[in-house]
Design a protein around this ligand. Structure first.
Ligand code: PGA
Length: 239
């Protein structure tokens, strides 16, 4: 059976318009069936036009109305976007998004045919206090409350202490946490959920991380903004 692992690139708020043009020229050479790119919202149409699966880094929970600065899931869908990141730790941290709001956003995405990449993860402090499982369970129970449509959801396990730090958990640690996540979701929904790993994935560690057998792919931040690094990651994961 063909390897179906996916690679999602989260470009965050990086790149000028000329950077994007250069990046698109390079990245268009790649096979893109198993790749999803989440650019800064303004640049999304360029990526859609180039035939990429595109994800939006944030959506609001309502479909329209007086919500200055926000974009709705239905607007995203009609612009060719098929995925949405929800609950990224940067949104939880800087924009104070709660598990309850994230739950509403997940529902709004699913109601508007967007596949959800639900990000969860523990802080360094929570890890040191051996609270990882407790934190993840709480995030999953609240963010997935009332949701049975798990086939359109990927859980991205992103330990906060691994994001942008060049530090990753060991393969065994990731495997153990991923099977815990799968068990919690199974208990909630009776379904097997696809789990991605994210946090300091790069061209140097992808060979090792890709040996983890119970994950469905990777969410890549910093390294996805560098075409050469991203290409190495994609080739390793989709080979
Ligand atoms: P990183 O970011 O790969 O730069 O650690 C991952 C993420 O924030 O999704």
């Amino acid at each position: 059976m063909a390897n179906k692992r996916i690679v999602i690139g989260n470009l965050k708020m990086s790149m000028s318009t000329s950077d994007v043009n250069a990046y698109l020229k390079d990245i268009s050479k790649l096979e893109n069936k198993q790749v999803v790119i989440c650019p800064t919202s303004l640049y999304i149409p360029y990526f859609v036009k180039h035939g990429f699966y595109v994800g939006i880094q944030n959506v609001y929970k309502e479909n329209n109305g007086a919500y200055t600065g926000e974009v709705s899931p239905s607007q995203a869908y009609t612009m060719g976007i098929r995925y949405a990141l929800v609950g990224h730790s940067e949104r939880r941290n800087y924009f104070k998004e709660t598990n309850e709001l994230i739950n509403e956003k997940v529902k709004a995405c699913l109601n508007n045919k967007l596949k959800v990449v639900l990000c969860i993860g523990e802080s360094a402090e929570e890890k040191s206090m051996l609270r990882t499982n407790r934190v993840l369970k709480k995030q999953l129970m609240t963010c997935l409350d009332g949701i049975k449509d798990i086939k359109n959801i990927f859980i991205a396990y992103e330990p906060i202490w691994a994001i942008g730090t060049n530090v990753t958990p060991t393969n065994d640690e990731i495997r153990t946490v991923v099977s815990y996540i799968k068990q919690v979701v199974y208990d909630l929904t009776n379904e097997d959920v696809a789990v991605l790993y994210g946090g300091s994935v790069n061209d140097k560690n992808i060979n090792t991380l890709n040996k983890i057998d119970n994950i469905a792919g990777f969410l890549v931040g910093g390294a996805s903004t560098d075409y050469k690094k991203f290409k190495t990651i994609i080739e390793e994961v989709t080979k």
